[in-house]
Design a protein around this ligand. Structure first.
Ligand SMILES: Nc1ncnc2c1ncn2[C@@H]1O[C@H](COP(=O)(O)OP(=O)(O)OP(=O)(O)O)[C@@H](O)[C@H]1O
Length: 281
């Protein structure tokens, strides 16, 4: 595998693959751009549920960048807007005002069909509940999004991803024949297989024991460091957040803090500073 420095410098290759990662070859991207290249951006993003007395401001003018080849965790107290932020940026939910872009594409300007296409082609998802199809084998689940899109998987890339998550011996198994940790590895491979611009994880380790969770988080971190993937993950768990390069803290629908190179203890301390209502102290 390539060194961290080399791999984090832009769009590196999968080991053994002849194909560079899709959007921007590393050799042509100036260093200044690499450091600031943005995979997804929310600007003044607001999301309001309901009206009048029952109105809830879930997101209150949130502006945040998710940089390419970086692993970002979103944390905050329950109800602070983490899932809403992820869903709005991932094009899974509409927003009330502001803007979101994935790469160069403004989501607000897209019709439903275009949004579906963008999610399919540019975004990978990993959910707490694995979301695998029970009638398909592990391999069929991994390639399903590409099959639906009518795209042929890059075999060498696919093999590298399958090898990385340690599923080579399990490809013909169906989800019920796999442990929870193995099922989530299938979901990780499915998300990585199409080399999306960005992967969103919603509590991806929420249903796993700590060992399986650590494995999945390790694969996600490797995908960022060694494959140049961009990952954004919502989590409640300071240990999970410590795998990220950066943590963004939400409270009351606003970003209240950020932490680079987080440790579990530092994240835990920061979380303790939120009071029971979810406000910062
Ligand atoms: N469909 C909805 N209708 C009305 N209010 C909603 C809806 N979805 C979320 N909310 C409200 O928006 C706010 C933010 O919710 P969100 O689920 O984004 O928070 P969260 O930080 O992800 O919470 P948790 O950690 O508990 O999952 C909360 O006050 C929630 O009650």
């Amino acid at each position: 595998m390539s060194s961290e420095t080399a791999s984090r410098s832009g769009r590196p290759r999968v080991p053994g693959s002849t194909r560079p990662n899709r959007s921007a070859p590393v050799t042509t991207m100036p260093i200044a751009h690499r450091a600031t290249a943005v995979a997804a951006r929310a600007t003044e993003l607001s999301k309001v549920y309901g009206e009048g007395e029952t109105q809830v401001v879930a997101l209150d003018r949130v502006s945040v960048d998710f940089r390419q080849a970086e692993f970002t965790a979103i944390m905050g107290p329950s109800g602070s807007g983490k899932s809403t932020l992820m869903h709005c940026v991932a094009g899974l939910d509409s927003f009330s005002s502001g803007s979101v872009r994935i790469g160069e594409t403004e989501l607000g300007s897209l019709k439903d069909k275009q949004l579906t296409q963008l999610r399919r082609d540019k975004i990978g998802f990993i959910f707490q509940a694995f979301n695998l199809l029970p009638t398909l084998t592990a391999l069929e689940n991994i390639t399903l999004p590409m099959d639906i899109a009518g795209r042929k998987p890059d075999r060498r890339w696919l093999n590298s991803v399958i090898e990385m998550v340690g599923l080579s011996g399990r490809l013909s198994h169906r989800p019920t024949q796999l442990s929870g940790g193995q099922q989530q590895r299938v979901a990780v491979a499915r998300a990585l297989a199409s080399q999306p611009e960005i992967i969103f994880g919603d509590e991806p380790t929420g249903n796993l024991d700590s060992r399986s969770g650590a494995e999945v988080l390790g694969f996600l971190r490797n995908s960022v460091r060694e494959l140049g993937q961009t990952v954004v993950m919502v989590t409640h768990d300071p240990v999970a957040a410590s795998y990220a390069d950066r943590v963004v803290f939400l409270a009351d629908g606003r970003i209240v803090d950020e932490m680079e190179h987080p440790t579990a203890d530092a994240v835990l301390d920061r979380m303790k500073a939120f009071d029971a209502k979810g406000r910062t102290s």
